[in-house]
Design a binder for this molecule. Structure first.
Ligand code: FAD
Ligand code: N01
Length: 538
């Protein structure tokens, strides 16, 4: 704990010690604020602490997917691969935490269970799983967008005598699938990254697929030493460029024309280049101005990828089943993969269509669908997360008048700039719903949010103000704007976690703000420059 006498309110409570919580602690400490940081895990890292499944790595290039706030740190660290593995990212986070001596101020192995606002004293009363009660003037929710893993409620899970795992809570000691009959449920980014590696170990590997997903080759490779040295030298310029792009990535090239303007040969040549070079979320998906807004434009690239899948997978029936047919390219998160489609040419790998033949239950010895039973020694759930709102709503958060966040957001999240929600004064959310969040390079966005929040807290305290709360009308206007921007794209059409469609009963709202990080950052700066316009200060 930094600077808290017993039972004295701290300036700021920070929930979570991933990229966001760690940076918030560093900035607030430099401002001289007293803090408490509470983290459920036994160490720092957030996403990269929990998601230790085989093949886990980032899909934003490592040189971009790292803190930019300290030139010393970015000059000192060296990434080894184009897309860093989970162990390397975790090592990096630990390197930063140790360099800044952050861990001594974090309470680990402790879950925040409730946060109740005391209206008269303008204080947050926070209670933890260890029964500790903490009072804080401000609260920063650095709880993550993809931090509440979800195992579907299949009947019989408790009867299954084999081992089962969720990618988001993977055992630290690793898992050896050698000689085992393994079932994988889920073919999003996690399932696709894990597939080629587990398929090599397992005796039999059964992939239970509900939705065929687009994916692009990552083109991962070791980073040449001289390339890294030159890049690192140029970091300040690269970072400056990155924050002025829609995605916060230095290699982003602003597209100039519609996908409908290129004839077929030119378009295919471009796609072929991106396919061979790897990457894709910031290259192929951003190669034209209208891929995510125009169905015809999107379909031209979609067809290119579908043809690729059919050309890679040898068995025509399996190829057909792996070919996406129910959503537009990129409207579900586009995974970057290594040898995913190729894996289905292995003799020990079998693809099962659980859209046509749904899973009904787990049994003592395996998994049952409506029409078959599969004998399994181990099951991997790569079934994703209650994304964007899950971790927040997992906490019993109550604002002014005892109103609960769960009630306020029952028809979908409502925020101003994704940073705060009206009626919950002094509670900030890092990369909350209504901000660009998961549609950007998250580390860069996290830095922007943390700096905005900490400057705001500093501003209030310097002016002797106790309280900030979004104005209801401004919040309504922001929600409408976020929805309008979302509705001008193809994103809301898919059953994705972006819209909450992966969680039964969750309201269906497209949650990220997709006008671009650069546009959003400018709006945040303007709000701050205008004395936090749209927020009521008291
Ligand atoms: P997290 O890293 O999720 O940290 C939140 C922390 O809060 C966790 O440690 C959690 O234990 C803690 N917490 C939550 N609730 C409580 C509570 N009630 N009490 C106490 N502690 C709590 N983004 C990219 O931009 N590029 C990528 O390549 C990329 N790859 C990803 C790969 C995977 C497998 C996943 C799951 C996500 C990926 N993301 C990626 C998104 C990633 O989540 C963010 O980039 C980033 O790591 C988020 O950092 P954070 O600190 O905001 O949240
Ligand atoms: O989860 P997901 P994820 N029966 O929600 C299926 C980031 N990330 O962990 O599509 C059968 O995407 C579900 O099927 P359907 C990234 O932002 C990044 O893979 O809903 N199947 C889907 O196939 C990513 O988007 C990386 O029909 C069921 C899968 O489970 C986010 O984290 C790597 C089912 C879930 O896919 C989440 O990715 C990993 C059921 N009852 C993660 N329920 C990088 O590479 C769900 N499914 C950077």
């Amino acid at each position: 704990m930094a600077g808290q006498a017993e039972n004295t309110p701290v300036d700021v409570a920070i929930i979570g010690a991933g990229f966001a919580g760690l940076y918030a602690l560093h900035v607030l400490r430099n401002q001289g604020k007293s803090t408490r940081v509470i983290e459920a895990a036994s160490d720092v890292g957030g996403t990269w602490f929990w998601n230790r499944y085989p093949g886990a790595r980032c899909d934003v290039e490592s040189l971009d997917y790292s803190y930019s706030f300290s030139n010393d740190i970015q000059q000192e660290w060296r990434w080894s691969e184009r897309y860093a593995t989970q162990p390397e990212i975790l090592e990096y986070i630990n390197f930063v935490a140790d360099k800044l001596d952050l861990k001594k101020d974090i309470t680990f192995n402790t879950q925040v269970v409730s946060a109740i606002f005391d209206d008269t004293r303008s204080l947050w009363n926070i209670e933890t799983s260890t029964g500790e009660k903490i009072q804080a003037r401000f609260c920063i929710m650095a709880t993550g967008n993809l931090s509440l893993p979800r195992v579907p409620e299949f009947p019989g899970l408790e009867d299954f005598k084999g081992e089962w795992y969720h990618t988001g809570t993977w055992p630290h000691e690793g898992v050896d699938f050698s000689g085992k009959r393994v079932g994988l449920i889920g073919t999003g980014s996690s399932g696709m990254q894990l597939t080629p590696i587990v398929a090599e170990q397992a005796k039999e590997f059964h992939v239970f697929q509900r939705t065929a997903n687009y994916a692009l080759p990552a083109g991962n490779r070791p980073l040449p030493k001289d390339f890294v040295e030159a890049y690192v030298k140029d970091y300040p310029k690269k970072r400056e460029y990155a924050v002025n792009t829609p995605v916060g990535v230095a290699s982003f090239v602003f597209p100039e024309k519609s996908a409908l303007e290129d004839d077929e040969a030119v378009l295919r040549e471009k796609c072929e280049f991106f396919w061979n070079d790897g990457g894709g979320n910031v290259t192929m998906l951003s190669a034209y101005t209208d891929i995510m807004t125009n169905k015809e434009a999107n379909e031209r690239l979609g067809k290119f990828i579908r043809d690729k899948i059919r050309s890679i997978v040898k068995d025509p029936a399996t190829a057909e089943l792996l070919t996406p047919n129910d959503h537009y390219l990129g409207t579900k998160r586009l995974p970057l993969v290594s040898d995913y489609f190729e894996t289905f040419n292995r003799p020990n790998v079998r693809l099962i269509n659980v859209r046509k033949d749904p899973i009904t239950r787990l049994t003592e010895t395996g998994l049952e669908t409506e029409n078959a039973h599969y004998e399994l020694d181990a099951i991997v759930f790569a079934t994703g997360f209650d994304a964007m709102t899950g971790a927040l709503q997992d906490i019993d958060i109550r604002g002014v008048g005892g109103v609960s966040l769960r009630d306020k957001w029952k028809d979908g999240p409502r925020t101003l700039l994704g940073l705060m929600t009206a009626g919950f004064p002094n509670m900030f959310i890092v990369t909350g719903p209504g901000s660009p969040s998961v549609k950007t390079n998250m580390v860069i966005h996290i830095e922007q949010h943390v700096e905005w929040i900490c400057e705001c807290i500093d501003y209030l305290q310097n002016k002797g103000l106790k309280r900030i709360d979004p104005d209801k009308q401004h919040e309504d206007d922001w929600v409408e704007h976020v929805n309008q921007v979302g509705d001008s794209t193809l994103f809301p059409l898919a059953n994705s976690w972006y819209t909450g469609a992966n969680i039964p009963g969750k309201p269906r709202v497209f949650m990220p703000y997709v006008a671009g990080f650069h546009v959003y950052r400018e709006k945040c700066n303007q709000v701050a420059e205008q004395g936090y316009k749209g927020f009521a200060l008291a």
